[in-house]
Design a protein around this ligand. Structure first.
Ligand SMILES: Cc1ncc(C[n+]2csc(CCOP(=O)(O)OP(=O)(O)O)c2C)c(N)n1
Ligand SMILES: [Mg+2]
Length: 440
């Protein structure tokens, strides 16, 4: 758990002892999904909760040496009697944070505070919060270029994500990564990746090292699982199949989480992807079985269902039973990136999915089932707004990276830039990075 964990009463949520990863059942009473209703919340200026710098990655403690969880009632992967108020608070906070954070990113991008491409996650929050908030801090997550919200769910502080987007030294990658390259070793967050499919083998590698440590090095504490996220368009990339094969072959503790938002930039999924034999439309989840793993289809706009599916997959992976492929049907509420005018998707389609907005749906669920009150939810919303505003002010006030940082983390030895007339290395000269470096 991140030490500087926050959240006020939700903060207390992450400060609660979490004896187990919260479990879900299919609730007996399912509320009908509400009409899309974007909650208008007033911006509260001047009130900043300084604690709002981390959303700790939840959950259970790492397994004791030699013990593998095997899904007893109330344990990982097993259904219980619904969602507790603490878990509901945490999930609502996380989804709401994801949405508010991204909406703020849009504002800041259009004000010229961010550079390059910025891909927002709005609409897909039930997948990130439903899957990642189940994990232990020592589990791994591998993301895509749509990575801000995954990072937040994994516990990277909002301040550090926003500062990274601003290209500031206090960013999670010290301002050197930017939107598509969030990475945090501390949070076992393996990165965002600009190339589609590029992250899957990285996630797979993490799962392989866990298995290797456990079986070859006999380290019985090695029971971490890895979740790799990627989109529907990415499923037509060869790396996906190579990784399915290796994960199935070695029974790796790896969960493939497909965020099927139906579009790959401007390409409609059903136009680009062939159906399985006997089907008329593509079903990505069916690609699991030929590689020796269960393939699950889940409503990715329903956080309860996502958690239930991922919980079972996590229990399976932790128990040594291997990988799972989970296809979450979801939708992005904005264009592919903030540079995309989003003219290819029909208004009818956008409105249909807007009605299934996962945030009001979960809000209604917790109210209908009397898990939380309206006042609880409003309190969470207020805290989130303050947290996001705080992250912007923090990013704004942070220093830019030093120019010398340009030569860090590069493969080439900076001494390869040659010697200067005074015998020193050019890269050591004042102003070396301020113009075009002349290599002698
Ligand atoms: C290897 C590679 N090929 C092509 C691209 C260009 N590209 C960027 S995003 C994208 C679509 C990906 O769609 P999907 O996997 O469905 O993810 P989504 O954006 O919907 O989350 C493509 C083809 C790329 N980034 N990397
Ligand atoms: Mg897609």
């Amino acid at each position: 758990m991140a030490p500087e964990s926050v959240r006020g009463s939700v903060a207390s949520c992450s400060a609660h002892p979490s004896p187990r990863p919260a479990q879900i059942v299919n609730p007996r009473v399912r509320p009908s999904l509400p009409e899309h209703r974007r909650q208008k919340i007033g911006r509260s200026h001047g009130r900043r909760d300084r604690r709002c710098v981390a959303v700790s990655a939840v959950a259970a403690k790492p397994a004791e040496k030699g013990k593998r969880k095997k899904g007893k009632k109330g344990e990982e992967g097993e259904a219980e009697e619904g969602i507790s108020p603490d878990v509901a608070r945490e999930l609502y906070y996380d989804m709401y944070l994801g949405r508010e954070f991204e909406e703020m990113c849009a504002q800041m991008y259009y004000r010229g505070k961010m550079f390059g491409f910025v891909h927002l996650y709005s609409g897909q929050e039930a997948v990130s919060s439903g899957a990642i908030r189940l994990l232990r801090p020592d589990d791994y997550v591998c993301s895509t270029y749509r990575d801000h919200v995954h990072a937040l769910s994994k516990g990277v502080p909002a301040r550090e994500v926003m500062a990274e987007l601003f290209g500031k030294q206090t960013g999670v990658c010290r301002g050197q990564g930017g939107s598509m390259h969030m990475f945090s070793r501390k949070h076992n967050f393996l990165g965002g990746f600009a190339f589609i499919g590029e992250g899957i083998p990285v996630g797979l590698g993490a799962a392989f090292q866990t298995k290797y440590r456990r079986e070859a090095l006999q380290d019985e504490s090695a029971d971490q699982v890895t979740l790799s996220f990627f989109g529907d368009g990415t499923c037509n990339n060869g790396q996906f199949y190579e990784c399915l094969n290796m994960a199935g072959l070695y029974k790796l503790p790896h969960i493939f989480v497909v965020e099927n938002n139906k579009w790959a930039i401007g390409m409609y999924h059903n136009r680009a992807t062939g159906p399985s034999f006997g089907d008329t439309v593509p079903n990505i989840y069916k690609k699991g079985e030929p590689f020796g793993m269960p393939g699950i289809h889940v409503d990715g706009m329903d956080i309860v269902k996502v958690r239930e599916a991922v919980s079972k997959a996590v229990a399976r992976a932790r128990a040594g039973d291997g990988p799972t492929l989970i296809e979450c049907e979801t939708y992005r509420f904005r264009g592919h990136s903030l540079a995309d005018p989003d003219e290819l998707r029909t208004q009818e389609e956008k409105e249909r999915y807007a009605k299934r907005d996962p945030i009001p749906a979960f809000r209604k669920y917790v109210l209908d089932n009397k898990i939380l009150t309206e006042a609880d939810l409003k309190d969470i919303e207020k805290q989130v707004v303050e947290c996001v505003e705080d992250s912007v002010q923090f990013a704004e006030a942070s220093p830019k990276p030093e120019k010398g940082q340009l030569l860090e983390n590069v493969f080439a030895d900076p001494r390869g830039f040659g010697t200067a007339p005074d015998g020193g290395y050019r890269y050591e000269q004042a102003g070396f990075t301020s113009g075009t470096a002349q290599v002698s």
